[in-house]
Design a protein around this ligand. Structure first.
Ligand code: SF4
Length: 484
């Protein structure tokens, strides 16, 4: 039953829009470029960086909150569907929403706002347009005064914030408006109290493991991280306190999804093995309840030991990425992630024994990068020998300590394709030289027979394309598409 019509003056002063309730909420990833739009990862999607386009996680979590509050969620992933702006707008109009919430990223923000303006011109005045995503945490209400097409911002745990948006409209906790103080963003003390993600609002066949064409789902298993790596958004968007889901509940969700035909998963954790006892219980629970699940996740070398990795492998883990970022101790001190060769080597050899492919993330082009730091990184990689290497460019995301450091130094950095291209030229080395050195160290790494042998042994049996998956992919590609 709608509450009494609460209204507010629109930011342009020309129209009045209802505040509560908002029953039909469209969650839209705008057609403004292939970015990873997860709050913690804003990287431009390129085949060598983000290995597979992942399903929109925060949106399916928001959908669960809206559904639980009695509303109707709808998700449009325009980049994954390859929609033009005009086609995306037509689809939004056809849904007849009470509110539209766009997911912005730092790299696409300018275009996201342009899309909001185009949408504003077509939507009835009663429909509110909001924005969610990492820029909301960094810029807050400034976004609203700068961009009149936006009526509100959403932050906090998606399940809780969107339930509040649905039930209380723009007065909900987690909603930011320029002219009224809203309650602070709601955070769940226990992730087990949150509803499970509602995946009925997306087409899972759009998101597949690269090379195998098998559908892949993302499962949130842990949120928040106590480490303080200066370039990382996690503390800003998920908090410093690590919260873990009940391993049995995770295993049951995996079992449900494998029964529906999804076999591959990305278990999203800031640092999967932060609590090793929990990680072992997770591996054991998945082995017992969802033995067909195969999955990858992310962690740090300091928290990975042999016993834990064995348990994860038993539970179907076939790949772990490790954010090492640099092999230089001096540079590591600047970014508050000091590399430790002994621990990295130990973690990668433990992965070998467990049969888990190890992927080392490298981040180059920090302000303090030099030829010497890159040499140290090259020697580090040669000695530690991970299986796979992925190199990102350092990006000073607003809201991070690295961004504040650069601002204090008077450095203005920009790159639209965040982390897929340089954001600045370090004073100690030019971009071209960084590129040359990264190319050389990458070539040297993949020239090692031990690397190929290890990758083939670990990934061959899991990822060898299966004819059935290829055929299903072709059928899905050419079948008429329905829904988002
Ligand atoms: S350990 Fe990983 S998630 Fe945690 S702050 Fe550092 S980079 Fe971010």
């Amino acid at each position: 039953m709608p509450q009494a019509a609460e209204t507010r003056q629109a930011s342009d002063g020309a129209a009045r829009r209802p505040v509560a309730p908002l029953r039909r909420i469209a969650l839209v990833l705008p057609p403004t470029g292939p970015y990873c739009r997860e709050d913690r990862c804003q990287s431009y999607f390129s085949a060598d960086l983000v290995p597979s386009m992942r399903p929109p996680l925060e949106e399916v979590e928001a959908a669960a909150g809206i559904r639980g509050a009695g509303g109707t969620p709808w998700v449009l992933d325009a980049p994954a569907m390859g929609l033009s702006a005009a086609a995306a707008i037509e689809q939004v109009l056809a849904f007849t929403p009470d509110a539209v919430v766009l997911t912005g990223t730092f790299g696409s923000l300018h275009d996201d706002v342009r899309f909001a303006e185009a949408l504003r011109a077509r939507l009835p005045q009663s429909v509110c347009i909001g924005l969610r995503g990492a820029p909301v945490y960094a810029f807050g209400a400034e976004l609203l005064s700068a961009h009149p097409a936006l009526d509100f911002l959403v932050h906090g745990e998606p399940e809780l914030s969107f339930a509040a948006l649905c039930a209380q409209g723009l007065a909900g906790a987690g909603v930011v408006r320029s002219h009224l103080p809203n309650p602070p963003a709601p955070w769940a003390t226990s992730l087990d109290a949150l509803p499970r993600a509602d995946r009925t609002v997306i087409d899972p066949t759009r998101y597949r493991v690269r090379g195998t064409f098998e559908p892949q789902a993302t499962i949130h298993v842990q949120r928040g991280c106590p480490f303080r790596c200066t370039y990382c958004l996690v503390g800003t968007v998920s908090g410093r306190k690590a919260r873990h889901r009940d391993p049995l509940d995770v295993a049951d969700e995996l079992a449900e999804l494998t029964a529906q035909g999804t076999r591959f998963f990305y278990l999203r954790a800031e640092t999967l093995t932060l609590d090793r006892q929990w990680a072992r219980e997770l591996g054991d629970a998945i082995a017992a309840r969802a033995p067909k699940a195969r999955w990858v996740s992310a962690t740090r070398v300091e928290t990975a030991d042999h016993k834990t990795l064995q348990a994860l492998a038993r539970g179907g883990c076939y790949g772990l990425s490790f954010g090492v970022e640099t092999g230089s101790v001096e540079l590591g001190k600047r970014i508050e992630k000091v590399p430790h060769l002994g621990r990295a080597t130990e973690a990668f050899r433990a992965c070998d024994r467990a049969g888990i492919a190890s992927l080392m993330y490298l981040v180059v082009g920090f302000w303090w990068e030099t030829a010497q730091t890159l040499d140290e990184t090259r020697r580090f990689i040669a000695a530690a020998r991970p299986d796979l290497l992925t190199t990102f460019w350092a990006h000073p995301y607003p809201g991070t300590a690295y961004h504040r450091q650069l601002t204090e130094l008077g450095v203005v950095a920009h790159s639209a394709q965040a982390q897929a291209e340089p954001a600045l030229e370090p004073p100690g080395i030019c971009i071209d030289e960084i590129r040359r050195r990264v190319k050389r160290l990458t070539a040297a790494h993949y020239a090692r027979p031990a690397v190929w042998a290890s990758v083939a042994r670990k990934l061959g049996p899991v990822l060898l394309p299966r004819p059935g998956a290829w055929l299903r992919h072709l059928a899905d590609t050419f079948a008429p598409q329905v829904g988002g």
